[in-house]
Design a protein around this ligand. Structure first.
Ligand code: ADP
Ligand code: MG
Length: 695
């Protein structure tokens, strides 16, 4: 981008967006596409052909030779298989072709993607199908077509298909509620999402010297540096030129791809930063976040940096998460979580709020499971990220309203009366300053909920599928009841009061890091699922399976598949970390410390001849010698235990959590202590102060 004035032109220049479609499609085809995305009607193949042709022309003009269906398998990252546009026409010549059929459907070999047992081996084919609600875009000379990915028998093998299902369902139920409040216009309610993305940037040269970073994304060793984040001088601090150059490039790449990158700043830990886009519908927010993560890595590489998206790249300094800001809005642009200015709008707001509170309370275990994986275990409950207990923060003003409804006590703005829903106007609820409620896993921030338990590397789709589905269930229950009500006002009043009363336990406005809260949460009967191994079984709890099946989001086997994939993934990740650890101990750390100790002994020998006591050399060599043996024993134990992983997947996960992780902690402690005793030139890889303060 040469100048800022060019930004509007640059924005979305690599996207086959609505504007481009309007310019390049016949009015009839454009209209058919529009109807397809707003009303869910299907597209005729002749129209698909025309769209494909227009897409191809546009892509070729922009330098593309290939196209790919871009999909999101259950690994949580994106996948692509590129085909060129060439088609032979005889005489050794080719033309560039792209048909509606190729646009609409692809057949990648699905056998190497995790299916959690959904796809029998004799039917390895998977199908990708165009998602016309998310725009195609150009990346690395390929036209990328966002698609869903399913098995031969139509089961979802990806993260997009259930998300789209959940968006449809929450829309359907929310519209029913809106009708009860006299809204006859809204055709569709859209789940809106804005994910704030944290990440670390480190120097590529340091990265290249660390096996652990390369293989696992996090440091498996590293003593605490003399300076960490204690001075709090990094958060919102001036952005250093090298990082600023990266951020500028990143913005440009994201803007070209139509990602609404808006905010950038330094985060709490040294080398930690954040990017937040402007929110959009959940589907494109999800696609955009995947693109953002990919671009962060690519752009970093150009700047001699490496972008770490792991939840805990460095022990002892803050890890990275993702804040999933979520709300519901009508297709006419009204936010359903925005307190209104009339009694009726407020009643509607309170009903949606009550539905959310009830939903989070009833499905807290499932929400917790959607953010459970090995990387995130380092954050949740570790006093820097939300605790592992789910609760909702409402802020003082809204909480006062809720309390007044529950207790029937007078609310200040209504004088002596209690607040009457549908009659009284709520006091204005200010947008929260986020600092006040940083410890809450789910904070109401004025007109949206901020779900703060997500890990930085994860796809945001799972948590949003859960939020949409949970909300669908509550709205459906409410609509069923209210549609039958003889006296809508009094039924509404009763319903809100009862719901808030029954589910008040999930509301917590205090400090989530306080130990007293964990004890209190237990008294309230809230789940405290402190690890992935504890949290994942919620996937297959009957009430949760029933919920997803009822709303057509996941069939029982689809949910089971996801559970199995996550269980297996945990064991695999821990296994790779453990094996990497063993490797580094044996091939790097032990030889290095042994060499140093030997040199110290030799120095002591030659100096003793001169009558020097050699206290430093001797005590250091002795201490290192002892710790070296401790480390070797710890490494042996880890290696032996690794050989004993049970065959059963669930048992393997529990065993990895209890035994392997504990072994790794012990081995690390010995290695980190050795690091503090060993002369720098002997230590085999860059240490924390090298990596965190390279700027
Ligand atoms: P914070 O103070 O937590 O940084 P911001 O106000 O900057 O919060 O917003 C964070 C994210 O929330 C941004 O991605 C923003 O676009 C998104 N956001 C704002 N309003 C909504 C909404 N109504 N629904 C969903 N996301 C929203
Ligand atoms: Mg935030």
């Amino acid at each position: 981008m040469s100048t800022p004035e060019k930004l509007p032109e640059l924005f979305g220049s690599m996207v086959f967006n609505e504007d481009t479609m309007q310019q390049r499609l016949s009015p009839a085809s454009y209209k058919a596409w529009k109807k397809c995305i707003t009303e869910g009607t299907s597209l005729d193949i002749s129209i698909a052909n025309e769209i494909a042709e227009a897409m191809k022309q546009w892509a070729v003009e922009n330098g593309c030779t290939h196209f790919t269906h871009w999909f999101q398998p259950m690994t949580g990252v994106t996948a692509e298989k590129h085909d060129s546009f060439i088609s032979p026409v005889g005489g050794g010549k080719v033309i560039l072709e792209f048909s509606g059929k190729e646009l609409v459907r692809g057949e990648p070999d699905a056998s190497s993607f995790p299916s959690g047992g959904l796809r029998a081996t004799f039917e390895a084919r998977g199908y990708t199908a165009w998602d016309p609600t998310s725009f195609a875009f150009i990346k690395d000379g390929s036209l990328c077509i966002p698609t869903i990915f399913c098995s031969y028998s139509g089961e979802a093998l990806d993260k997009k298909m259930p998300l789209l299902r959940s968006m449809d369902q929450v829309s359907r139920q929310a519209v029913r509620i809106l009708r009860l409040f006299g809204d006859t216009e809204t055709k569709r309610v859209v789940a809106q999402v804005g994910p704030e993305q944290e990440y670390f940037l480190i120097d590529k040269e340091d990265y290249a010297k660390r096996e652990d970073l390369k293989l696992t994304g996090r440091t498996l060793f590293g003593a605490k540096p003399p300076k960490g984040q204690e001075l709090e001088d990094h958060y919102f601090g001036a952005i250093r030129p090298r990082v600023a150059a990266f951020m500028k490039d990143l913005d440009e790449e994201l803007w070209k791809l139509g990602v609404l990158s808006k905010t950038k700043h330094n985060e709490v830990a040294p080398c930690q930063h954040e990017m937040a886009p402007i929110f959009s519908d959940a589907n494109s927010a999800c696609d955009s976040n995947q693109l953002a993560m990919e671009m962060m890595k690519k752009v970093a590489d150009k700047h001699g940096l490496v972008c770490l998206l792991h939840e805990k790249p460095f022990a002892g300094v803050n890890g990275s998460g993702k804040h999933d800001n979520w709300s519901l809005a009508t297709d006419t642009g009204k936010n359903l979580f925005k307190p209104g200015s009339t009694p009726s709008q407020n009643a509607q707001f309170l009903l949606f709020l009550a539905a959310f509170i009830k939903g989070v309370d009833e499905y807290q275990d499932f929400l917790r499971a959607t953010v459970a994986f090995a990387g995130n275990d380092h954050r949740l409950g570790a006093q820097e990220a939300p605790p592992a207990v789910l609760s909702i923060f409402l802020g003082d003003d809204l909480n006062a309203v809720v309390e007044s409804i529950i207790k029937g006590t007078p609310y200040k703005d209504t004088g002596k009366r209690t607040l009457e829903i549908g009659v009284d106007v709520l006091p204005s609820i200010p947008q929260d300053n986020t600092d006040r409620n940083r410890t809450s896993p789910m904070a109401f921030t004025g007109n949206k909920f901020e779900f703060r338990m997500l890990g930085s590397s994860q796809s945001i789709s799972g948590p949003n599928i859960a939020l949409n589905t949970i909300m669908s269930e509550q709205l459906e229950q409410f609509a069923d009841k209210l549609e039958k009500a003889k006296d809508f006002q009094s039924e509404l009043q009763k319903l809100i009061k009862k719901t808030l009363t029954d589910h008040q336990r999930i509301i917590f406005n205090g400090n989530g890091y306080d130990d007293a809260w964990i004890a209190e949460a237990e008294k309230r009967g809230l789940c405290n699922l402190t690890s992935t191994a504890d949290a994942l079984p919620a996937y297959i709890a009957k009430k949760n399976v029933d919920l997803f099946a009822k709303h057509g989001i996941y069939t029982q086997s689809e949910v089971q598949a996801r559970y199995e994939i996550h269980v297996e993934n945990y064991t695999t990740v821990i296994g790779i970390e453990a094996a990497t650890m063993i490797d580094m101990i044996k091939h790097e750390i032990l030889p290095a410390v042994s060499g140093y100790a030997t040199d110290l002994c030799e120095r002591a020998d030659s100096k003793s001849a001169m009558g020097v006591a050699c206290k430093y050399e001797k005590t250091t060599a002795t201490a290192i010698g002892k710790l070296t043996d401790t480390l070797m024993d710890a490494c042996d134990k880890l290696e032996k235990d690794l050989g004993k992983i049970p065959a059963d997947a669930k048992k393997a996960m529990d065993y990895s959590h209890k035994t392997i992780v504990a072994d790794m902690v012990k081995a690390r402690a010995a290695a980190d202590e050795l690091e503090t005793m060993t002369a720098k030139e002997y230590w085999p890889f860059p240490v924390y102060s090298d990596m965190l303060f390279y700027m």
